[in-house]
Design a protein around this ligand. Structure first.
Ligand code: DX5
Ligand code: ZN
Length: 222
């Protein structure tokens, strides 16, 4: 199964005062998803933004919204994120006791269901929920902040997950510290969706930054 390469700029690194324009700019620059990092100051040691921000940028782009929930609990808010315009809703495996139920709830809302794993969480925690997944987000930094350094041990986890999902239509997303220099190693291991915050938004030319990540990556066959 061929899983096409997708670039998902994280708006955590965008200029929040001009978020509508920033989202339009990444669409024009060739982004595939808008990656939206929601942080609650409880599950992760940082607070980012929530529902009103997502609602207000929804009208500025047609790109799918890839919503990464770093919140606990997540279940009470799934419907409101779906209503706000999320297309993919990703919950952390560590954020609740009932991952299977959370994933069922996301699909019941008509949205794509994702799970995210912190760096210390083994791939095996998702081995019994694969049929409920559209996307697996491998954190390649500890969640909470943009601009951190990529953790090389996550390459092996991506490769393990690629083996686990073989034959299934599930995207593997790498998130944290990704740029042109390491896009190749994570795609070779099996990632086909690359999140990049600072590597894109710190560049004066978003299209060039996205192109550089794409050329660092490879076309991935699972
Ligand atoms: C971290 C977030 C990431 C982050 C990536 O908790 O999940 O999406 O914004 O930012 P960079 O690409 O700067 O590491
Ligand atoms: Zn993220």
């Amino acid at each position: 199964m061929i899983r096409p390469l997708k670039i998902a700029p994280s708006i955590l690194a965008a200029d929040f005062a001009r978020l509508g324009e920033e989202v339009k700019a990444i669409e024009a620059a060739g982004a595939d998803f808008v990656h939206i990092d929601v942080m609650d100051g409880h599950f992760v040691p940082n607070i980012s933004f929530g529902l009103p921000v997502i609602q207000s940028i929804r009208k500025h782009t047609k790109l799918p919204f890839d919503v990464h929930l770093m919140i606990a609990p997540a279940d009470p808010y799934l419907k409101t994120f779906a209503d706000a315009g999320a297309d993919i809703i990703t919950v952390h495996a560590e954020a609740g006791l009932h991952l299977d139920r959370s994933l069922q709830a996301i699909r019941a809302l008509g949205k794509k269901a994702g799970v995210s794993l912190n760096p210390a969480t083994p791939a095996s925690v998702i081995s019994h929920v694969l049929d409920r997944l559209d996307l697996i987000l491998v954190m390649t930094v500890n969640p909470g902040f943009g601009g951190q350094s990529f953790i090389p041990a996550m390459v092996e986890k991506i490769a393990q997950i690629r083996e686990m999902i073989r034959g299934r239509n599930i995207d593997i997303e790498a998130d944290g510290g990704i740029g042109a220099a390491n896009a190749g190693v994570v795609t070779r291991a099996g990632a086909n969706v690359l999140v990049a915050g600072s590597a894109i938004f710190s560049s004066p030319d978003y299209a060039a930054a996205i192109k550089a990540i794409r050329s660092g990556a490879l076309s991935v066959a699972a």
